[in-house]
Design a protein around this ligand. Structure first.
Ligand SMILES: [Zn+2]
Ligand SMILES: [Zn+2]
Length: 339
């Protein structure tokens, strides 16, 4: 379909999109798992491309800059969360890259498209060391796992459990390892064992019905759960050390609850937490950290018309590990930064 982006405002940059990552959130949104949506809705919040025009008072980017956009395109800027750089927790509700009401009253449309107009404050600079095709998945999947790692001070010597190794989880293994942690992966897919080790995991545990985790009792300083649907959490809480936190970043249907047995958290003073993406500065920090540490997502490039098949594979746990739509631009991916 054809649609029009808003006219370029003074603080806006126009971006020609070359790539967009495929996130499980896209699927949840379109299917109405997270509430009613207004169609037509274009999803995609892992955008990467090149600046082709800038508004009159744009100061951070010039034409030709390699850039990306993640899950947000605006926020109130004045609440205490925005002031502290936590635009993702804006108290007045930020504007999501798709499915949010924009300031002109229209519903935002995401990155499964060839062009976008975004306020420069919500645009991320992509360093030359990162291929544009590999930039998008960092901007939702990457920041979603990086932010809790920083919040819970993941550092050398910490033992971290990553539950679920898909788009988010595989970046979780790489990032936690780069931060110095010792990582154990819990996966339902035995064929992911070698990959997990290649990404840096020390140990891989198959999470199957009736699996015995007893030798890992009280082994972990932190657990990050990336599974995007309801699953049995009771088996994981006893694996935490005293005072350790179990943090969910994957979310299933809104109607599903996170149930934990009443005794589970009490026994070792454990905490159950959630985390939702990260702020803009933190996202830039994460991208720069990835450039410095040569961390990149494992991607499969697909054409736009391959999206139905890709979504099916994501649901069937067949993604290895992130599909990225080639939006048919030049797509050379390694253009040096000019902005
Ligand atoms: Zn996402
Ligand atoms: Zn705010």
């Amino acid at each position: 379909m054809k649609f029009e982006r808003r006219a370029l405002g003074p603080k806006d940059v126009a971006i020609k999109l070359y790539y967009c990552g495929v996130c499980h959130s896209d699927i949840h949104t379109i299917r109405g798992d997270w509430g009613k949506i207004q169609y037509p809705q274009i999803v995609g919040h892992e955008l990467a491309g090149e600046v082709v025009a800038v508004g009159s008072s744009v100061s951070k980017f010039t034409t030709g800059a390699r850039v990306g956009v993640g899950t947000m395109v605006n926020s109130c800027r004045v609440c205490i969360e925005c002031q502290a750089g936590h635009e993702n927790y804006c108290l007045n509700g930020n504007t999501q890259t798709y499915g949010s009401k924009d300031k002109d009253g229209t519903i935002t449309q995401g990155g499964y498209s060839t062009f976008v107009v975004v306020d420069e404050d919500f645009v991320i600079n992509i360093p030359a060391a990162i291929d544009l095709a590999e930039a998008g998945p960092l901007l939702c999947a990457g920041i979603t796992v990086y932010s809790p790692f920083r919040r819970w001070s993941i550092s050398p010597g910490k033992k971290v459990a990553i539950v679920g190794m898909g788009g988010l989880g595989h970046l979780g293994v790489k990032l936690a390892t780069a931060l110095g942690a010792e990582v154990t992966v819990f996966t339902t897919s035995p064929d992911k064992i070698n990959d997990a080790k290649r990404f840096g995991a020390k140990e891989v545990v198959i999470n199957e019905k009736g699996a015995d985790f007893s030798k890992l009792k009280h082994a972990f300083d932190f657990a990050l759960d990336t599974v995007p649907y309801k699953h049995d959490l009771d088996r994981f809480i006893p694996l935490l050390k005293r005072d350790a936190t179990y943090c969910r970043v994957g979310v299933g249907k809104v109607v599903d609850s996170n149930e934990i047995g009443q005794m589970k958290l009490v026994l070792y003073r454990n905490a159950f937490a959630g985390s939702n993406t990260g702020g803009i500065q933190e996202t830039q920090d994460m991208v720069d950290f990835c450039a410095l540490n040569k961390i990149k997502p494992e991607i499969t490039r697909i054409p736009m018309n391959g999206i139905d098949d890709a979504w099916k594979k994501v649901i069937d746990k067949q993604a290895r590990y992130r599909f990225v739509i080639d939006l048919g631009g030049r797509g050379d991916g390694n253009k040096p930064t000019r902005g």
